[in-house]
Design a protein around this ligand. Structure first.
Ligand code: CA
Length: 221
């Protein structure tokens, strides 16, 4: 982790940077508000409110306008107005001076936990049939983890058959679902696609032909 320490007082900044390094935290230190606004904010900003050029509250506000970086205000001021104002304009926490490095690191961890992004969404609906996996989100099918190079029609045909494995899907329904209602193309269109799909699946037994009726998907045993 890398923090931007904005602190004009050497007697605070130097031991603090050294203390943070013992926690594996690298510190880039600047001593003015102007420098703070032009420096890369890193993973965390530790911001003294009493700076020689720009008020720390203004620095905080301007940092927040351009970045979501977590900000902890370091304040020596007895007046709580600045702390409240700082939190209102987007600082994540404050720590009154004097404080120990340990206390600061604990605050940083607490802020980091609050900022942790929401857990990833539920996995997309995936159909798994033996070694065959169909990921409906990416519209990809895999056989033993290897992607199958399917055409859109082959993919749709596979999805339709895999929706109810073992059940016979009649030819008319396949044509109307994968192609279009009232499909009157060449009579061999469906058989042609079944043949190419079977070849890509590497085993003709995946798709069983019920002559005159339709097709069904079966995991080869
Ligand atoms: Ca100061």
């Amino acid at each position: 982790m890398r923090v931007l320490l904005v602190e004009d007082d050497d007697s605070i900044a130097e031991p603090l940077a050294e203390g943070l390094s013992r926690y594996g935290i690298r510190t880039d230190r600047v001593g003015t508000g102007a420098e703070a606004l032009s420096a890369p904010p890193g993973d965390f900003v530790l911001l003294d409110l009493g700076l020689p050029d720009i008020d720390g509250i203004d620095v905080c506000r301007r940092l927040r306008q351009v970045s979501d970086v977590p900000i902890i205000m370091l304040t020596a001021r007895g007046d709580e107005t600045d702390r409240v104002l700082g939190l209102e304009i987007g600082a994540d926490d404050y720590l009154p001076k004097p404080f120990s490095t340990r206390e600061l690191v604990a605050r940083m961890r607490a802020v980091g936990r609050r900022m942790r992004p929401a857990p990833p969404r539920e996995p997309a609906p995936t159909t798994a049939l033996g070694p065959l996996t169909i990921d409906d989100r990416t519209r990809e099918a895999f056989l033993s983890g290897t992607p199958l190079a399917l055409t859109p029609k082959e993919y749709q045909l596979l999805v339709l058959l895999a929706a109810d494995p073992g059940a016979v899907v009649d030819r008319r329904r396949i044509l109307e679902t994968v192609w279009e209602p009232n499909f009157f193309g060449p009579g061999k269109t469906l058989d042609f696609h079944v043949a190419t799909l079977r070849r890509k699946l590497g085993d003709p037994r995946w798709i069983e032909n019920r002559r005159g009726v339709g097709f069904r998907l079966v995991v080869p045993g």
